[in-house]
Design a protein around this ligand. Structure first.
Ligand SMILES: NC(=O)c1ccc[n+]([C@@H]2O[C@H](COP(=O)([O-])OP(=O)(O)OC[C@H]3O[C@@H](n4cnc5c(N)ncnc54)[C@H](OP(=O)(O)O)[C@@H]3O)[C@@H](O)[C@H]2O)c1
Ligand SMILES: *[C@@H]1O[C@H](CO)[C@@H](O)[C@H](O)[C@H]1NC(C)=O
Length: 258
């Protein structure tokens, strides 16, 4: 039986990992949605198994065209609260109108079901969208993966500095991090997209390692030292985040990575 998977934000990094994993299943065809088709790689723009629909996140008419005929829609948007909340609500409304049964939210995050609603949390949109889905006919699917390993090493978190091969961290260095690579997260997502009974919250992780574990692995694999620099305790981290947040809540980059 053929399964049609809609991907919103098909130009994104996670979406491109997901396309690769989905195309491993011969019975899957894809409908892709994004605001600009120009920058898509040929593996997507020239694939006979992918239909592309162009439209903005707030374009209800094209969002409806996009979800039409999908068995499940996966959202891979990433951006500010307007895109992540309103943009996802528009997709969910379109799914409901078109009779699409399942919607995989753009989560791919830490387990935010454990984060209190009044806590400082940069992905509040995920909590709002989860609640919104409970009021709709379309069933929500939430994939919680911990941190993505590629982001762990990227400048976004400011953990790893490639100039002096060091990781700056808060805490003791023994705290466990739940981490998953983009490819593994995408493989889980593809399997859930195919499983028509998969609904609700799914917690996956590639592995669980401390900063000290990661230092050991890095040194074994590369044969060069990785320096660790402790920035302060976890309590001091909370304090610092709260101060930065209170100073400028709108400037997410000033507090969210911490
Ligand atoms: N847990 C983690 O550590 C972690 C790390 C990374 C990502 N993630 C999650 O994974 C998901 C995907 O992230 P990603 O890294 O793949 O993001 P990405 O590469 O930045 O892709 C974002 C997608 O959203 C689209 N988009 C952004 N702004 C838009 C706008 N105003 N209107 C319409 N489309 C817009 C982009 O379209 P354009 O190409 O046209 O800009 C692109 O398709 C997100 O939920 C993100 O939070 C989690
Ligand atoms: C590496 O460089 C960064 C940025 O200059 C600095 O904050 C950090 O303390 C350095 N780490 C070590 C171990 O020297």
């Amino acid at each position: 039986m053929q399964t049609t998977v809609g991907i919103a934000g098909i130009s994104g990094k996670l979406a491109q990992c997901l396309v690769k994993e989905l195309l491993k299943y011969p019975e899957i065809v894809i409908r892709g949605y994004c605001r600009s088709l120009q920058k898509l790689p040929p593996s997507i723009s020239q694939s006979k198994r992918i239909v592309l629909i162009k439209g903005g996140y707030d374009d209800r008419e094209n969002a409806r065209k996009f979800v039409q005929g999908s068995d499940v829609v996966v959202c891979c948007y990433y951006g500010g609260p307007e895109l992540m909340t309103h943009g996802q609500e528009i997709l969910i409304d379109a799914c409901e109108d078109a009779g699409v049964n399942r919607y995989i939210a753009s989560d791919f995050a830490v387990d935010y079901t454990k984060i209190p609603r009044d806590a400082i949390f940069p992905k509040k949109s995920a909590q709002i969208v989860m609640e919104y889905l409970t009021t709709k006919k379309v069933s929500g699917v939430h994939i919680l993966t911990g941190g993505l390993m590629e982001t762990f090493w990227s400048d976004f978190f400011g953990l790893y500095n490639s100039d002096n091969r060091s990781i700056s961290f808060w805490g003791t260095g023994d705290e466990q991090w739940d981490l998953t690579t983009c490819t593994t997260a995408a493989a889980y997502t593809a399997a859930l997209a195919l499983d028509r009974n998969a609904k609700g919250v799914f917690r996956f992780r590639g592995d669980r390692k401390s900063i000290k574990d990661i230092k050991g692995i890095f040194e074994t694999v590369y044969g060069i030292p990785l320096h660790l620099k402790q920035k302060g305790s976890i309590d001091e981290l909370y304090q610092t985040v709260e101060e930065s947040f209170n100073m400028n809540p709108e400037d997410i980059s000033s507090w969210a990575p911490m």
